[in-house]
Design a protein around this ligand. Structure first.
Ligand code: FRU
Length: 471
């Protein structure tokens, strides 16, 4: 596995074999970043969902562990989250050895077939050996279905009150709204409120929420709510919108009335943040599913399907009168660099396929970046007045699904493009504008590596790094 497989990502997480979708249950414990994920171990297309499992000490190199949670009589194991129950509120561990608790959705295929509407419920499982073995809670489900078909993807975190006491808060996707539930013990849940402002994006069903606090460099603290929607993304299919505002322990309120997208590329979906990251680290670490339901099941990779995005650190950044959430590649990725080259030419032969570009566009000017290979396959990324444009129509294999070969645009709304960081892997291009203020994450499937980089309208382009493979 690894090096010799066409299109196998060389520094992104992938399952060794078979189907993956959303990242699940991301939690840090004792030096290990846990990554669970929607996994179907018997096929390269979606099927009865399990939680696959991998761990990393640096967010870049991953060790595969056995499947953590398997379907049972209550259903398939859909997306959800994991927490460390430090105070043993659930009684499932001890204070000395707190339980790792996974909260996930049961999707009952029998109920679905019978055309019932109550076939999604929330269940929990726990581990007292650092996620190596799991026990399902005997009295599952812990949250029954109130009579609504889409009722899933619990993201749980501990929310502290001003007086130092706290409670667990679950954000749950309920068709076209996010409902917030609270609990003292992870076992008994009470509905507090729901959020669905009329100006939000509703092009598809709401999925995979995340609710967390972010602090700006000036000390301002805000609550952020992520909501993935499918379809209805800005460039078609799946995408993640977010809201910035306040959460008072019961209600979330947004402080803006415009739709904000985490990523304008087509391939960053269902991403959420890690829990239990040490306070001295201070980062909100994020990973998304690097695909799109429009074509995820037919992308030309074998014997696996799907990768995660690069790990990113989320930052609250001032923007006009308000704020935005910037996504920055995790600093750990710098360890992948093996050589650095100052760019002095406008047309550069790429000697290797794994590249990180650090470019400085000329202020106020349009520009164009082209990656191409000898077969004439190419990717074009450009600034065209007030838009960024990513064109993958001729990027390589494109005809496996009609909705793949598209030109994607991202409106700049006056934003000046000051810097670009671009990561090129064997089947993806990730573009970070101005330290992550705008992001485009895109899959591409060239039939041989891109071997030429052409830069148009750059005065002092910048530099590039060749990167090591994690295999
Ligand atoms: C998002 C999603 C979730 C669900 C899971 C099923 O991609 O549809 O809402 O829990 O995938 O695999």
């Amino acid at each position: 596995r690894g090096n010799n497989e066409p299109h196998r990502p060389q520094y992104h997480f992938t399952p060794t074999d078979n189907w993956m979708n959303d990242p699940n249950g991301m939690v840090y414990l004792d030096g290990e970043y846990h990554l669970f994920y929607q996994y179907y171990p018997d096929s390269t297309v979606w099927g009865p969902m399990h939680w696959g499992h991998a761990i990393s000490t640096d967010l870049v190199h991953w060790e595969h562990l056995p499947v953590a949670i398997e379907p049972d009589s209550l259903g398939y194991i859909f997306s959800g989250s994991a927490v460390i129950d430090h105070d043993n509120t659930s009684g499932l561990g001890t204070k000395e050895n707190p339980a790792m608790v996974a909260i996930y959705t049961y999707h009952d295929p029998v109920g679905e077939k019978e055309k019932r509407i109550d076939f999604q419920t929330q269940g929990i499982a726990y581990s007292t050996d650092k996620g190596r073995t799991w026990t399902k809670y005997a009295a599952n489900p812990v949250l029954k279905n109130p009579g609504i078909k889409d009722f899933r993807d619990p993201k749980v975190s501990w929310v502290e009150r001003e007086d130092g006491s706290g409670k667990w808060v679950m954000s749950l996707a309920v068709l076209d709204r996010i409902s917030f539930y609270s609990s003292p013990n992870l076992l008994d849940w009470t509905l507090e409120s729901s959020f669905n402002p009329d100006w939000a994006a509703y092009g598809g069903v709401w999925e995979c929420p995340d609710l967390f606090q972010l602090k700006a460099s000036d000390g301002t603290e805000k609550w952020v709510l992520f909501v993935s929607i499918n379809p209805g993304g800005p460039n078609g299919g799946s995408a993640t919108q977010y809201f910035i505002g306040d959460f008072d322990g019961k209600n979330f309120s947004a402080e803006h009335e415009d739709v904000k997208w985490l990523d304008f590329g087509a391939d960053n979906y269902a991403g959420v943040t890690w829990s239990n990251v040490p306070e001295q680290d201070g980062r909100k670490l994020f990973i998304g599913w690097m695909s799109n339901w429009d074509y995820a099941q037919v992308v030309p990779t074998h014997p696996w399907r799907s990768a995660t995005t690069l790990p990113r650190s989320l930052e609250l950044v001032k923007s006009g009168d308000g704020f935005l959430v910037a996504s920055r590649p995790a600093a750990e990725l710098q360890a992948l660099r093996k050589s650095t080259i100052e760019i002095t030419e406008k047309s550069i032969a790429l000697e290797e396929e794994l590249v990180e570009l650090e470019l400085t566009p000329t202020v106020g000017s349009n520009f164009e970046i082209e990656l191409s290979n000898e077969k004439g396959e190419k990717v074009i990324f450009k600034k065209s007045d007030d838009n960024l444009v990513f064109d993958r129509t001729a990027s390589g294999l494109v005809d496996f699904e009609a909705r793949f070969a598209k030109i994607h645009t991202a409106p700049l709304n006056g934003l000046e493009v000051k810097s670009l960081k671009i990561y090129i892997d064997r089947s993806s291009v990730e573009i970070f504008v101005n330290d992550g203020e705008m992001v485009m994450t895109e899959l591409v499937f060239p039939t041989e590596p891109y071997s030429r980089l052409k830069l148009t309208s750059f005065e002092n382009p910048g530099s590039m790094h060749y990167l090591k493979s994690i295999w």
